[in-house]
Ligand binder design. Structure first.
Ligand code: ATP
Length: 908
């Protein structure tokens, strides 16, 4: 608990802003760094203690909470009452070892997920020492000044000091989904939380507008910190596939118990065996058939997938996304910054008289201007200076030089305009001081422009506007050339816009008008009409090299890439062509999209890959239309208005760097580097996770199937049990902690991105999987049964020795089948297939050592009822294993042939 919460704090909402500043000893300009450090030492970091973790004991006990384990425990209780102490001990041993493995692995998985969640720490824009700084929200202290804008999450409890149309969604605290309008006037001391309109509470989301507030409470002292019950619970490791498997587990347990009962009854009444012996056989059957290690392996596979994705910059916020990613059929991606580099450079300036070419790339203001190859001196170019000045004043970005390196903070489009202004010889600091900004309308993708109100030292008022050119042209009535004001030549300008856009450049228009001296606020009506156009700027933003490769890769993987951008149609088409999206075909603009009804959109959405001048609402309609076409859609987004589309998409993908908190909260995955290539990597990992889940199942279940078959066959044909219940448990135990773990660590198969997406409605246990499980179960049973009977026929051998051979034959079959299971369909008969995984080789080595101990170590011989084996028997056991390997490879070859001749199924 931090210091602030231990004292009774003032009722901040009822104090005037002056009183708040006085109480917190803070002033406009913010705290000094030293003072902030001092306060941090007193109040502690601005963070909430992590949500209540489940205690270790509870977590351990929960490992036993599984129908499969219950069945085993009941079997142990009954064997105990029958006096079979060794069997009881071994069953309990297996259950406990299994629980320990599950406990340790799940603990690792949970802490890995927690570490990944930490990567998404909250940032805040803070005023310290009179300057804006972006810093981690944990560093905030009472008295700090914090800026809020749409999409932000309030990083602490703030008393609002300045606001502009600020609306905040406070559902976390009040449960009210509708955003509330904020104000700065104090409210009554008795006001309930939802009525304290002058406070922005920590954890609430800014849905519109901007604000500036002073931190009044941090960490546990915040309202959200007090209501600890509302804190996010630790996410359980649960996904649709795991649920599907749990369901399968219940079904399987019931079937196994039923089979055991039938076996018991058949043995006693039909075969005339003793009830006790048959009971032990039924128990053997139960323990044989139950895949007790499988749930843990599946959890581990998912957790490993999440970690691998994080390493490749895709941070999973919702676990089910790991599985869904593998089934994605369409990726809808933003253009700017995701497919392109977001390193903007103004390359063309078009004034009413001429087109200027700008040299230099990046944010370093090194370069000059030419017209038709002739150098232009910017000091004498009034048209250029007017455009550059407007771009610099109507701007929130900051350009800084540090040791010759130019750094830009803010929107890259605006950064490019600052660089242009400096190239044109303007001094941004001096300009800003001369033309003081009084108010602004910030840029939003919906209205596509930004406007600022300025006053010079003589009190003259100016409004500067920049934005998407079609939008700005509708606001303008005139243009200004060297001779003065002229009527606007709309056709001329539209021609110029098309030309710039066709080069793949983002086009921006700048305009201005004068206003009365007394004007201190800027409204939409002020810019609707009567503006004077100054000119256009063409800004280049080249595609990312890795995005070009990733687009190609996703196409090979049968995934359609659609680009959705706020830019002009021609710009969008040019960039899409460079990226290999859309094959130069039709581009649909936002307004064309609006003219279509849902059915019409649904009909064309598959064919159109490029959407220009699109707004966030259009994204929502696109997702819906694609989903109506049975597509599994991943959609990227960054703004607060993208949230509905991100939520609706099968996998919402938010940008980690430029994305708002609102977008991140709405999405299932966050890209740490905002890069399209990371989505492709996540899809690849998602497919690998799904493959590995299937491999683990297809490997584990035949082991159980084979063991169960051995017992059923012996009872039905009246043989002596070739493998005792204790030995069966031994096999289950050693293979669960060795072999199947190797499959959890399998890397992606080479062709994982060369095959079409899986059909998302296909069950995990497909017909193919069931067939493979049944086929291998039978295959694995042949050697143990036949070798057992062969050995039994040898005069000099004991029952123990024959059973040892049977167990080793089964284990060897599994070892060789592990190689088969590395690839579900492809042949493993290659260097890579047989020796490519060190995990496989390592687990096999461990298992071989265990089997040698099982066979030769005297205490084990006593416990397990085993005896040494001859060299000849080992050779037969090895040959039987090799036979399993070859026969499964043969089966795969038949499948491959069948699949290439049959009409190719969508999913493989
Ligand atoms: P996406 O990331 O979805 O591809 P985008 O960055 O291409 O989106 P927006 O940011 O919505 O699209 O920009 C749309 C248009 O608005 C741009 O083509 C440009 O003309 C204009 N614009 C972009 N940024 C600004 C800004 N900061 N100020 C004024 N106008 C801008």
């Amino acid at each position: 608990m931090n210091a602030a919460s231990s004292q009774s704090s003032p009722l901040w909402h009822s104090l005037s802003s002056e009183q708040v500043l006085h109480e917190l000893s803070t002033a406009p300009g913010g705290l000094s760094t030293d003072e902030a450090a001092r306060r941090l030492a007193i109040h502690g970091p601005n963070q909430l203690s992590p949500p209540q973790q489940r205690g270790s004991l509870l977590r351990f006990l929960l490992q036993f909470h599984n129908v499969l384990i219950y069945v085993l425990l009941v079997s142990a209780a009954i064997t105990a009452t029958l006096g079979h102490a060794v069997d009881t001990a071994v069953i309990i041993g297996v259950v406990v070892i299994n629980a320990i493995v599950g406990f340790v692995q799940e603990g690792k998985a949970e802490s890995a997920l927690a570490a990944i969640r930490k990567m998404l720490s909250l940032k805040a824009m803070v005023l310290r020492d009179g300057q804006r700084h972006e810093m981690a929200a944990e560093a905030l202290v009472p008295g700090d000044w914090v800026f809020l804008q749409s999409g932000d999450k309030a990083p602490a409890d703030l008393r609002l000091i300045e606001i502009k149309n600020l609306r905040i969604q406070e559902a976390v605290l009040t449960g009210e989904a509708e955003a509330v309008e904020k104000s700065i006037a104090p409210v009554s001391a008795e006001a309930a939380i939802g009525d304290r309109s002058d406070i922005a509470y920590s954890g609430t989301l800014v849905s519109y507008g901007q604000g500036l507030g002073v931190v009044v409470a941090t960490g546990e002292a915040t309202e959200i910190g007090r209501i600890s019950t509302l804190l996010e619970q630790v996410e359980q490791i649960e996904t649709p596939l795991l649920r599907q498997m749990a369901q399968f587990g219940r079904w399987l347990s019931a079937a196994i118990v039923a089979a055991a009962i039938v076996t018991f009854v058949a043995g006693v009444f039909w075969r005339g065996q003793s009830a006790e012996e048959m009971f032990m056989a039924a128990v053997a059957l139960v323990v044989a058939a139950i895949p007790e290690g499988l749930p843990a392996i599946m959890t581990i596979i998912l957790a490993i997938g999440v970690q691998r994705m994080a390493r490749r910059n895709a941070i999973i916020r919702r676990l089910p996304a790991v599985e869904t990613l593998g089934a994605v059929t369409v990726i809808c991606s933003d253009k700017t910054g995701t497919l392109t580099r977001n390193e903007m450079t103004v390359q063309r300036v078009i004034s009413p008289e001429r087109t200027l070419t700008v040299s230099g790339v990046g944010y370093a203001p090194v370069g000059g201007f030419t017209v038709d190859g002739v150098v232009v001196a910017s000091e004498a170019a009034a048209d250029l200076l007017a455009i550059a000045r407007a771009g610099q004043l109507c701007n929130d970005a900051v350009l800084r030089e540090q040791d010759g390196d130019w750094q830009m903070e803010g929107d890259p489009t605006e950064g490019a305009l600052l660089t242009l202004a400096v190239k044109a010889g303007l001094d941004p600091a001096a300009e800003t001081a001369q033309f003081r900004r009084t108010d602004s309308i910030p840029f939003e993708s919906q209205h596509r422009f930004m406007a600022t109100l300025h006053h010079d030292h003589h009190g003259h008022g100016f409004i500067h506007v920049k934005g998407a050119p079609e939008r700005i042209l509708t606001m303008c009535t005139h243009e200004q050339d060297a001779t003065g004001l002229q009527p606007l030549r709309a056709d001329y300008w539209h021609g110029q816009i098309e030309e710039l856009a066709a080069l793949g450049q983002r086009v921006l228009a700048v305009a201005f008008r004068t206003t009365v001296e007394t004007r201190s606020e800027l409204d939409f009506e002020d810019v609707e009409d009567g503006l004077i156009l100054l000119g256009l700027m063409g800004i280049s933003d080249p595609p990312r090299e890795e995005a070009i490769r990733a687009v190609q890769q996703t196409r090979q993987a049968g995934i359609r890439v659609k680009m959705i951008t706020g830019d002009h149609g021609a710009t969008a088409r040019a960039i899409a062509t460079q990226l290999g999206i859309g094959d130069g075909r039709a581009v649909l603009t936002g307004s064309e999209l609006e003219a279509l009804d849902d059915a019409a959109l649904q009909a064309i959405v598959w064919d159109v890959d490029v959407y220009a001048r699109a707004s966030p609402e259009h994204k929502l309609r696109l997702v819906a239309a694609l989903q109506a076409n049975h597509q599994v859609v991943a959609m990227t987004g960054d703004g607060v208005n993208d949230a509905p589309a991100l939520k609706r998409a099968d996998v919402g993908v938010a940008m980690g760097l430029k994305g708002t908190e609102a977008a991140k909260e709405a999405s299932a995955m966050v890209l740490a580097d905002d890069n399209f290539a990371s989505i492709a990597h996540a899809v690849e990992e998602g497919r690998t996770v799904y493959d590995n889940l299937r491999k683990a199942i297809v490997f584990t279940l035949p082991t159980n199937g084979a063991e169960a078959l051995v017992i059923v066959a012996s009872i039905l044909f009246g043989f002596t049990l070739p493998i005792t219940p204790v030995q069966i448990l031994w096999i289950n135990m050693v293979t669960a902690v060795t072999l199947s773990l190797a499959l959890a660590l399998e890397p992606a198969e080479a062709n994982v991105m060369q095959r079409p997406p899986r059909n998302s409605s296909e069950p995990l246990l497909s017909g193919f999987m069931l067939w493979r499980i049944a086929f291998v179960s039978v295959l694995l049973v042949i050697a143990p049964l036949s070798l057992f009977h062969y050995e039994m026929a040898q005069e000099e051998l004991t029952l123990d020795a024959a059973r040892t051979v049977a167990v080793n034959a089964l284990v060897m079959g599994e070892i060789f089948y592990l190689f088969n299971s590395r690839y579900l369909y492809d042949s493993v008969l290659s260097r890579q297939g047989l020796f490519g995984s060190r995990y496989v080789l390592a687990t096999i080595s461990i298992l071989l050592v265990l089997q040698l101990a099982f066979t030769y170590f005297p205490p084990m011989q006593r416990l397990m009822g085993t005896a040494p084996m001859s060299a000849g028997s080992w050779i037969s056991v090895m040959l039987a294993g090799v036979a399993v390997l070859l026969l499964v490879e043969l089966e795969k070859a038949v499948w491959r042939r069948w699949r290439s001749t049959a009409t190719r199924p969508r999913s493989v």
